[in-house]
Design a protein around this ligand. Sequence first.
Ligand SMILES: Nc1ncnc2c1ncn2[C@@H]1O[C@H](COP(=O)(O)OP(=O)(O)OP(=O)(O)O)[C@@H](O)[C@H]1O
Length: 658
Amino acid sequence: MQNDVLQHLSSNSNPSDPALPLKLAKLEARMAGKSASSCISTARHGPESSATLATGYVPVVEASAVDSDNEGDGEFLIQPNPQKRKVSESTRERTLDLYEEISDGKMITIEDFEDDSNFREESSKRRNSRGRVRGSGSRGRGVNKVHRRSPSPSYPTLANGQEDTSLKEEVAYLKSRCASLGEECDRLQQASTEYQHKYEQNEKDLKEMKEVHQQREQTRLKVVSDLLIAVAKSERQEARLRIRQDSVRIGNIGIMRAGTVMSEVWEDGQAQKDFQARLRTLMEQREAIEKERKLLKKKHTEKAEGNDVEQGIGEEEFLAKEEMYRCRLLGIKREEDAVLKDRDRYELEKARHVRELKRIRDEDGSRFNNFPILHKRYALLNLLGKGGFSEVYKAYDMIEYRYVACKLHSLNAQWSEEKKQSYIRHAIREYNIHKNLNHSNIVRLWDIFEIDHNTFCTVLEYCDGKDLDAVLKSSPILPEREARSILVQLFSGLAYLNKRSQRIIHYDLKPGNVLFDEVGVAKMTDFGLSKIVENEIGSQGMELTSQGAGTYWYLPPECFEISKTPLISSKVDVWSAGVLFFQMLYGKRPFGHEQTQERILREDTIVKANRVEFPSKPSVSAEAKDFIRRCLTYNQADRPDVLTAAQDPYLSYVKRKP
Ligand SMILES: Nc1ncnc2c1ncn2[C@@H]1O[C@H](COP(=O)(O)OP(=O)(O)OP(=O)(O)O)[C@@H](O)[C@H]1O
């Protein structure tokens, strides 16, 4: 076989190449694993000497000699070089490892190895020492690339001149393994192509599905928002229709011009005129009866005195007529009372009507009234109300599928940059306080985002009911039971604020900042003036840095201290809760009810609020009055703090054993 190869190579060689015999000799030596010297001698003696290679010559030469590719000097005086041998040995080790790795199926580049019988031999030895099982067991491993070339190896001969059959077997084994790996590789390649194809198809499908999903999502959002907007539009129309009808009956806000100054004036509606007409009629009836009564009395007196016996009336007739007139007068009084009651109801209706008129006017004037979708998720519906610097819209969160209240804070374009920055700082501070609060009696703050340079939006839990201010406007006095229930809820929220590691003073507890959800749960809102109690402070409290802010009817005396910086604590909220409770029970505030904010300051109304006086009506329990007294304790040091007040027996529904 060796000779065949040589002949094959010789016949394919270029006879004009003078270096060819030498190359052949080297190649021959590599294939047979023989020494370079023998191949040199072969080269020197010409191609015919190559036959001697098959005569059982066993090479005993340095590997370095075989490795030499120096073809130029022609002398081939190869000296042993121990240094080079070391390197060659390690390279050889590595190459052997690689060879084995290859035959283990990781990468097959057979042509690189088949020429070197030494590799085969040594690899075979290693393989045999590990057992063949490993080789056959590795068939399933991945094969990256297969290069097959019909091998024409030559095998080293044994000392007796026989070819090494174990090596032959090994080659045969490797060939068959190579063939099966090739088949496996083809199969895998085919499978891989199929998978690749499927993968690409799936990717395409996924992309299409995503697009469809996105389109559907957009359609869904459009359908949902269109529906919501349609409902909101019809609500708007209804509200305007109702307000137009009510305006005829209740009245309207008109504009009065005085020179260049325009001002709003209230114009009474038909109801007010009807009340007046009814009262006038009743008054005229009363006057007529009084006149008749006087005449009756005169006639009775004259008869009794004997002056006009004919015209005068007797005792019996006088008494009967007198009783009739008295009854009639009582009837007129009853009617008058009914008209006055109706008029009181009308006043409450008028307050609601004015509120609604203003809301509609604000909605018409709002730049957000065109049902925009904010932040790609909040469909703005109708205006709920307008505060000092904000508009609150009912909105629908199309991602969380719930109604929310979007509070749109608009910075006045006329403001100085400094004022704008201060407002934003204030709002961010409020947001940071509010965002972490999670209690059933505190309105949740869900989100905040910027709309444009001068506007941002906070998203709040939507409270479907009215706020306490609106409730008290339509029914100023609440039954004690209802008022107590609201108070209990407020103290539950306040206790939560004071049990957290970062305690909070609300500082602005008033009817407008108590909202109700659809089932009537009371919730505190508006943390714009809230104070964070930074660390452990004494009973005297922390410094009040924002004196002058807040609604004076609901603030305790310490907030009006002017000789030094006031020290405040959670007891501010206890006072405010006491004022709220009083107002719910009696329909008015305990201090400065009829006064303006300015007058309260000017007249030191709260500074003088040493004692709370209770009206005689309506009747309220002694326990409720005592609780109010505790909350409205003038001296801050003697007033209970939030956690103490929240534990008060009056606020507990659990019956305590005496
Ligand atoms: N979370 C909410 N859910 C339902 N209605 C709300 C909500 N927040 C506020 N409102 C309503 O929106 C209106 C305006 O609220 P806003 O808080 O701006 O009023 P304000 O307290 O009078 O203003 P400001 O805080 O600027 O003094 C009020 O009628 C209030 O009842």
